[in-house]
Design a protein around this ligand. Structure first.
Ligand code: GLU
Length: 324
């Protein structure tokens, strides 16, 4: 495949089985890739080994196959790419952008409070620049067993999202310098995802809009590594019947369970098509029929519609999945 072919990726973390919200996001990602002639790679983001081990076999690849989602090339596992992440850290160190940051969370909070910055309970604590070490040996990547931060100066980053529209963020002013390497010897999510998106030639990132603000930070890391950020397509999230965001860690209904119960994957695709607003009532859909319904205007209208109500897995949808 020539290098100038656009590329997207499906990047699940095996910290729990996939749920219907993941199914909807991944189906749309797959449909866009196949409609627009992108390459589509599968990357298993398994750096959180403790949580992945605790989750056991999540059946992620089987669930994707069951949904009719295929991908191009070999599956990439982040746990096998530690050397690449370390090389990216060396590059950031050579540019004078990272430093060792041994401070505990409590120390960071205390130093932020000492600056008198007002702090809402749900806002992230801004890492105070006063805790940056002076120029010297700490601005390096010689030890893998200490947290490292990337210097992020204040400044507005505008994310031009193909689905969610334009959003301005200021990660330097809001969170300050971010952790890119942890003392457990692994890169942070933000670093690993960016290094891999660059390495895999990803031009189009399609994912849930809980990661919209991360796009600003990841754009900074892309540029620090000498690459242009990808195009972003952040999709609305699906809710549970009570309006809570569907999440693995809150025990969302697993696709593997639906499959074991004999649910037809065509019904999952039909429900996803209804959730994105492509059809008014669900009907079983073959993969290609689902794919034909996914267009940019549909995705934008879905996003606008979720300002008043988000699609959710209510009793009727559940019942419909199990009808046959
Ligand atoms: N692995 C992340 C997750 O499962 C997604 C990362 C991304 O799409 O950037 O939440």
């Amino acid at each position: 495949m020539p290098a100038d072919v656009p590329c997207s990726r499906i990047a699940p973390s095996p910290t729990g089985p996939l749920h219907l919200g993941n199914a909807c996001t991944f189906l749309v990602n797959w449909a866009l890739a196949r409609n627009l002639g992108w390459r589509l790679v599968l990357r298993i983001e398994d750096l959180d080994q403790d949580r992945a081990r605790a989750a056991g076999d999540t059946g992620t690849e089987e669930s994707l196959r069951w949904l009719g989602i295929d991908h191009d090339g070999e599956v990439v596992r982040q746990s096998e790419r530690l050397d690449s992440f370390a090389r990216a850290m060396e590059r950031l160190a050579a540019a004078g952008l990272i430093y060792e940051s041994p401070h505990s969370r409590a120390e960071v909070r205390e130093a932020a409070a000492a600056l008198g910055a007002p702090h809402a309970d749900d806002a992230p604590v801004r890492f105070p620049a006063s805790l940056r070490p002076p120029p010297g040996p700490a601005w390096s990547f010689t030890r893998r067993d200490v947290n490292h931060r990337l210097r992020i100066d204040p400044g507005t980053i505008t994310v031009h999202d193909r689905v969610a529209g334009e959003h301005a963020f200021d990660p330097g002013a809001r969170e300050g310098d971010c952790i890119v390497w942890t003392k457990s010897g692994f890169p942070s999510y933000q670093l690993a995802v960016t290094v891999d998106d660059i390495a895999q030639g990803v031009t189009d990132v399609v994912r849930g809009d809980d990661l919209l603000s991360s796009a600003a930070l990841q754009s900074i890391i892309h540029r620090a590594l000498g690459a242009e950020p990808p195009r972003w397509w952040h999709l609305p999230l699906i809710c549970e019947a009570d309006g809570a965001r569907m999440a693995k860690r809150h025990g969302a209904l697993a696709l593997s369970e639906l499959r074991a119960q004999g649910v037809d994957a065509g019904r999952v695709r039909g429900l996803a098509a209804q959730w994105i607003g492509a059809i008014a009532a669900p009907r079983p859909l073959a993969p290609d029929a689902f794919r034909a319904l996914v267009t940019e205007p549909i995705l934008r209208a879905w996003h606008v519609g979720t300002r008043s109500a988000s699609p959710c897995l209510d009793e009727r949808s559940l019942q419909w999945l199990h009808d046959s």
